[in-house]
Design a protein around this ligand. Sequence first.
Ligand code: ATP
Length: 232
Amino acid sequence: MVRFENVGMRYGMGPEVLRDISFHLRPGSFHFLTGPTGAGKSSLLKLLALSHRPSRGLVTLFDREVSTLERDDLPAFRRKIGVVYQEFRLLDHLSAIDNVALPLKIAGAVDSQIYQHVAELLEWVGLGNQVDAKPPTLSGGEKQRVAIARAIINRPQLLIADEPTGSMDAEMGLRLMRLFQELNKIGTTVVVATHDLDMIQRFGNPVMYLRDGLLSSRSAANIPERFDETDT
Ligand SMILES: Nc1ncnc2c1ncn2[C@@H]1O[C@H](COP(=O)(O)OP(=O)(O)OP(=O)(O)O)[C@@H](O)[C@H]1O
């Protein structure tokens, strides 16, 4: 599903922010990605989301090494990936329901098949009364839930979420993580970047731990309690 081999990444001519990253994600697995602020979590997710290319090493997604992808291949690849961005990236001129419907429309579904399904998902994430609201009128947590609904509406093969529950209360955060779990049970591979150690420990999924651009794998029970402490 996903394979990184000795991957490095830099922004422009800057220093490497990811170094010698190697890992393999099996189809249908569910991993947390954590580590101190600035460790490179969002950068690693950008590589997974095909929004940035590695500066060295090999990234293989869905059995294709990404440097061999042509520009024309990218849309079909991206349709297999659902992304929840830290900064949401909703379209402000579209209503919540139209934001969430967009991936289905791009995939060619006709309106009559879309809207009931989208409305049900918005209801499920607690936004049944806000389907016609535009993002600028929504709170941070509401925007985040629209972004999550948009990322999962077409049951992506790979779901990548950057701090997906950071703007909502703990109860709603748990509800949405359970939604990710359900999606995972029916086959979606999930990677969730989070600082929320309680969440990681509660769910117990394997953890990818980044520090200063270097990756190690951990169990949920073996993450430094405070990231600024020396690693154990
Ligand atoms: N667009 C960019 N241009 C240049 N440097 C960047 C850019 N985005 C991130 N960086 C740098 O890359 C490094 C890793 O940043 P990244 O955002 O991936 O970390 P993070 O682990 O996601 O942090 P946080 O937990 O605060 O979200 C940091 O040193 C950051 O300053």
